[in-house]
Ligand binder design. Structure first.
Ligand code: ZN
Ligand code: ZN
Length: 341
């Protein structure tokens, strides 16, 4: 099978022909149709996360169909459409798992990091960690739901019942979560790189009542802010935009250092917290919600062989939506119509 392989951090992915894997007990072999590109993939390529499996097939927003099943794998049938997220395995026995916090499992394994992921024609997954994909989403449009959507949803949940919500970094995650937040009656304030009027217009088109540069003050104080950009300087900036009692939620797995700041911008019960990984319950809740809202995903597609181009495009700055690798070359291009498959 064709795959794009990371041999070592700091190097471009290399196109390779790998043996087709055989599913072990409890696993499914999945023929990949689409795989979303996540900022976390860039952090892995750049060596900012400490211990990837090497060589590694990246990709943890996988949509495909079950092609074969290992012993005892009975949850899905061959031909079923499934999604594979970042959380690929938990031990089920540690104190976090037992407390319903499997996102913090001591022995968790992650797709496209500890386990080969979806930048390939086929991938393998533990069936217990796969999700059925809601009808109504063509494969490439479903892919961004699996991390950008899911982690964004967990971040939104941890922002509490905030009515005035700031979103810092209006790319893959924010464009999905803004739609959820609007459907819940929240008010959206979008922050982009200073001068990025294109992203600001994109945010307004998705219901943001205000959009501006991240160095600007919003027209009124915020009840919560979610930071999707991997930029530590945004933490004090977001704190300054918060009303009393507000929370800053950092959604990413890696961020540049947070500069020191005066205690007074944290004072009055403002808080800062991070979001780590997902639980399977997050995924089930979010995918049901996605279909109900319904969340529209804006995508730009790339063929598998151009995975490095897709990563560069994500590195350059927020796309209007999500970058997605597709295996069927006829689907490559700008935003796909929702009818195409
Ligand atoms: Zn555990
Ligand atoms: Zn991700």
């Amino acid at each position: 099978m064709r795959a794009m392989v990371l041999e070592a951090p700091g190097q471009p992915l290399r196109e390779a022909d790998l043996p087709l894997p055989t599913p072990n007990a409890g696993q499914v072999l999945i023929r990949v149709h689409a795989c979303g590109v996540c900022r976390t993939d860039l952090h892995i390529v750049d060596g900012e996360l400490p211990r990837p499996k090497l060589p590694l097939v990246l990709g943890h927003q996988i949509v495909g169909v079950v092609a074969a099943r290992g012993d005892g794998a009975t949850r899905f049938h061959e031909g079923d459409r499934v999604g594979v997220p970042w959380l690929g395995y938990t031990d089920g026995t540690c104190r976090y798992c037992r407390a319903g916090r499997e996102n913090l499992c001591d022995h968790a394994r992650f797709t496209g990091y500890d386990i080969d992921g979806g930048y390939a024609e086929y991938t393998m997954a533990d069936e217990r960690f796969c999700f059925p994909i809601p009808d109504g989403y063509p494969d490439p449009r479903a892919a961004p739901l699996l991390c950008a959507g899911l982690i964004g949803y967990r971040s939104l949940r941890l922002a509490g019942d905030a009515e005035r919500l700031g979103l810092y970094g209006f790319g893959s995650s924010a464009h999905l979560i803004a739609q959820v937040a609007r459907s819940q009656g929240r008010r959206i304030f979008a922050f982009t790189r200073d001068g990025d009027t294109e992203s600001q217009n994109f945010a307004r088109s998705l219901g943001a009542e205000w959009a501006g540069g991240s160095s600007e003050a919003p027209p009124e104080k915020l009840d919560a802010a979610i930071i999707f950009a991997a930029v530590g300087e945004l933490v004090p900036a977001a704190l300054r935009a918060l009303d009393k009692g507000g929370t800053v939620v950092c959604a990413g797995i890696h961020m540049s250092d947070i500069p020191s700041f005066p205690y007074e911008i944290l004072w009055e019960e403002r808080g800062i917290r991070s979001v780590a990984n997902l639980t399977r319950q997050d995924g089930e809740e979010f995918l049901a919600l996605a279909a109900r809202v319904p969340i529209q995903t804006a995508i730009t597609t790339f063929p598998l062989a151009e995975a490095n181009t897709a990563l560069d495009r994500v590195r350059r700055g927020p796309l209007d939506g999500s970058a997605v690798i597709v295996m069927d070359a006829t689907l490559v291009g700008g935003d796909l119509s929702s009818q195409s498959r």
